[in-house]
Design a binder for this molecule. Structure first.
Ligand code: FEO
Length: 401
């Protein structure tokens, strides 16, 4: 529990032992399910928590002496927030549920609470707490269609739902490690917000105009200086890219690793940063290695997949990453493919199909049979030259500092 101001407390739950959010996204530093209590003339709770942690929320409310809640505002239905709504209703009978129409619709489907139980707020509507006012703004597709923000006007505090969050359960939530907060915010952006980059950009612009003094997301530490997270989101959601190449790779018999390393070396030698990511590390789960590659891919100009062929198609670990980057719609301008095969391959066809949503220019692959020979290395040299030339030819406004 954290006291944010005389009127606002964070009363949610920390979940430091969580390893994968949604069984997909690695959460090395756990997460938090933030729940905000606002005490004006009326008492309001913004979002409950993941049901597994509901006792923490209920105990925090008890510790603050809360015997009556007037409103429970639900900003988003997903179970990590909406899941314990029935428990709050049971603990605080008479509390009025408040949300936008989309949350009410989804609550009926996902939590089985009739939509008629909700007081529906439109964009721009305000909830008068007696001396304090909360105004509503929908932020569809950051990241579900129902996400909503509320703004405490008198204190210029923006409760931003999933937007601007991070999966980071700091040991002392009032004193997070700043570098870790930034890193986890980028990883969170990559797996939660990147698929809806354009909508998220629009919502970020709206927040920039609003100019809040503090941003209080549903996950991770609050942003006491909103400029930090706003400028990062402006960077990540823009169409511009960093002059960098990410090379996620898998190897079975070392041939593809030799190719990937050689390509990275030749790209680096031409003055463009190339990062290798081994998806097949024996001491890491594929979701972790793929998550790291995705993290690096947030604003990279090019991504080159490096994979051996298994049963005519890409190694399954690469299929997972390709499907992930396709779903997350990475904005890389150029997409490449290299790899080794045993006697025949359909890898190119499979990977093109797996990445069909991506808009980057596809560069025909460099594939070699077995262990690479001099001519294969020469082809990789030319590939490096071509990739670097394309990145350097991008107009200045398309390049991030
Ligand atoms: Fe934090 Fe979309 O739930």
């Amino acid at each position: 529990m954290i006291k944010i101001s005389d009127h606002v407390h964070e009363v949610g739950a920390s979940h430091p032992e969580l390893c994968y959010f949604d069984r997909l996204m690695p959460t090395e530093h756990g997460t938090t399910y933030n729940s905000y209590l606002i005490q004006g003339g009326k008492t309001v709770l913004i979002d409950p928590v993941e049901p597994e942690k509901k006792e923490i929320l209920l105990q925090n409310l008890k510790d603050l002496g809360i015997t009556k809640l007037d409103y429970l505002i639900c900003l988003h239905t997903e179970q990590d927030h909406g899941g314990s709504t029935p428990d709050i209703l049971a603990a605080y009978p008479g509390v009025q549920l408040v949300s936008n129409a989309k949350v009410a619709e989804f609550m009926e489907n996902h939590i089985h609470i009739p939509r008629t139980e909700f007081r529906i707020m439109e964009d721009g509507d305000s909830l008068d707490l007696g001396g304090l006012k909360l105004s509503f703004k929908s932020i569809p597709f950051s990241h579900w269609p129902d996400n909503t923000m509320v703004y405490l006007e008198e204190e210029k505090k923006l409760f931003s739902s999933d937007l601007f969050g991070s999966h980071y359960a700091a040991p002392d939530p009032s004193q997070p490690d700043f570098e870790l907060q930034i890193k986890e915010a980028q990883a969170y952006y990559a797996e939660i917000m990147m698929p809806t980059r354009r909508q998220t950009r629009k919502h970020t612009e709206w927040v920039r105009e609003l100019n809040p003094d503090m941003i209080l997301p549903s996950h991770g530490p609050v942003w006491h200086d909103p400029e930090i997270i706003l400028s990062l989101y402006e960077r990540w959601t823009s169409d511009a890219v960093t002059p960098a190449v990410v090379i996620p790779y898998v190897t079975m018999h070392e041939s593809t690793r030799l190719m990937a390393r050689y390509l990275a070396e030749k790209i680096n030698a031409r003055g463009v940063k190339a990062d290798l990511c081994d998806l097949g590390l024996s001491d890491k789960d594929l979701r972790q290695t793929a998550g790291e590659a995705l993290y690096l891919s947030v604003d990279a100009a090019a991504i080159v997949l490096a994979a051996p062929t298994v049963l005519t198609g890409p190694h399954p670990s690469m299929m997972f990453f390709a499907a992930l980057m396709n779903g997350m719609r990475v904005k890389a301008r150029f997409l490449g493919l290299i790899g080794s095969y045993g006697w025949g391959t359909q890898i190119e066809k499979s990977l093109i199909a797996l990445t069909e949503r991506l808009k980057g220019e596809y560069l025909p692959p460099v594939l070699c049979k077995g262990l690479p020979r001099d001519e294969d290395y020469a082809a990789l040299d030319s590939y490096a030259e071509e990739i670097v030339a394309k990145i350097k030819a991008l107009p200045p406004e398309d390049i991030l500092d």
